[in-house]
Ligand binder design. Structure first.
Ligand code: F6P
Length: 366
């Protein structure tokens, strides 16, 4: 029968478990065998019990759990051809030639390279005498499907990446908590949020959390912004506002591309406003905890979609990423999505912030 491998790779994100569960149960429902590749692509390199057959009940009771129960890693071995040879052998030994990969754009691109190399890896294994020629002949291609797992919501082509909605909820809970203590003391708080080079989390959190000021990569502030920011906060105080919240993306930069750190912003508030400012770095709290209802729903339908994709995809066609657009499962070309994502990052590097912002409109990064 058909054998599908499922793995999570790169940074974990809430909802990955829901996706793994959906892949396993959809696969079983359709008569396939499903194998969990533990600790990301490293598990494929290691083989042994790192590639485990998963049954219906093995993925019970994980829908609501954060993180990924099958583990994740950024594998160094997989970057070497020798590691990928081992991975190909371990997968073929178990009859696996279809993979569902849940990870960020780096993991998805890495897996696609593996897919492109597959034929040459298999040939080499045969030449080395590590794989019987008739077994190799049964697995001429590797078919892959990607799901984007990342709290950053940084892939062009999908409305949301797995984990972004939960991370946003976590940030909002923290902002609500901070705002009550801030208001009690009439204090200013600087809060640093994740998102790498993508402003989705900071911008959405600033709006949903009612913040006073936000700094994020796609909209670097004009020189002299420190004064403008202080002026705005001062006006808020005069109007009776008791708490001031300034959100700083971890990837915030100024117009010459220099990082703006949350610590610096805190110092500015202390010095120029003469205020008792405090800094909170939310850190990995944002990536932990239970997935939101949206992430559970989305990951479940995407896990289903990924199995349909690996069972029906033409191996000659470039691989696709499953994502949600307008509340529907949509398959998008992986290479194209990664290319367009890099283009947006290039716009920011070149200082073309307007285009970067525009191309992140409705779907944020488009
Ligand atoms: O990509 C997800 C993310 O949480 C980013 O927001 C952040 O910059 C990075 O990963 C942190 O990486 P690590 O978990 O390796 O510290």
């Amino acid at each position: 029968g058909v054998r599908i491998g499922v793995l999570t790779s790169g940074g974990d994100a809430q909802g990955m478990n829901a996706a793994v569960r959906a892949v396993v149960r959809t696969g079983l429902h359709l008569g396939a065998e499903v194998y969990g590749v533990m600790e990301g692509l490293q598990g494929a390199v290691d083989g042994g019990d790192r590639i485990r057959r998963l049954e219906w009940n093995d993925v019970g009771n994980i829908l609501h759990r954060g993180g990924t129960v099958i583990g994740t890693a950024r594998s160094k071995d997989f970057r070497e051809r020798e590691g990928r040879l081992l991975a190909a052998k371990n997968l073929i030994d178990r009859g696996i030639d279809r993979l569902v990969v849940i990870g960020g754009d780096g993991s998805l691109t890495g897996t696609d390279m593996f897919r492109q190399e597959w034929t040459s890896l298999v040939e080499e294994l045969v030449q080395r005498g590590e794989l019987p020629v008739e077994v190799a002949a049964e697995h001429p291609h590797l078919v892959i499907a990607g799901l984007v797992g990342s709290i950053d919501n940084d892939l062009v082509g999908t409305d949301m990446t797995i984990g972004a909605d939960s991370a946003l909820h976590r940030i909002i809970e923290a902002l609500d908590a901070i705002s009550s203590t801030a208001a009690s003391h009439q204090r200013s708080f600087v809060i640093e949020v994740m998102g790498r080079h993508c402003g989705y989390l900071p911008l959405m959190a600033a709006i949903a959390g009612g913040c006073d000021y936000v700094l994020f990569p796609e909209r670097p502030p004009a020189p002299g912004w420190e004064d403008a920011m202080c002026e705005q906060l001062r006006a808020g105080r005069l109007a009776g506002r008791r708490d001031s919240l300034v959100l700083v993306a971890e990837g915030a930069i100024d117009q010459v591309g220099k990082p703006i750190t949350a610590a610096y912003v805190t110092e500015v508030l202390k010095e120029r406003l003469g205020e008792d400012a405090r800094l909170t770095i939310l850190g990995h709290v944002q990536r932990g905890g239970r997935p939101s209802a949206y992430d559970r729903w989305m990951s479940t339908v995407l896990g289903y979609g990924a199995v349909m994709e690996v069972l029906s995809a033409d191996p000659a066609r470039p691989p696709r990423v499953l994502g949600v657009r307008n509340n529907r499962i949509t398959a998008i070309d992986l290479g194209e999505a990664v290319k367009r994502t890099k283009e947006v990052e290039g716009m920011i590097d070149r200082g073309d912030y307007e285009s970067a912002m525009m191309s992140r409109g409705g779907s944020f990064r488009e």
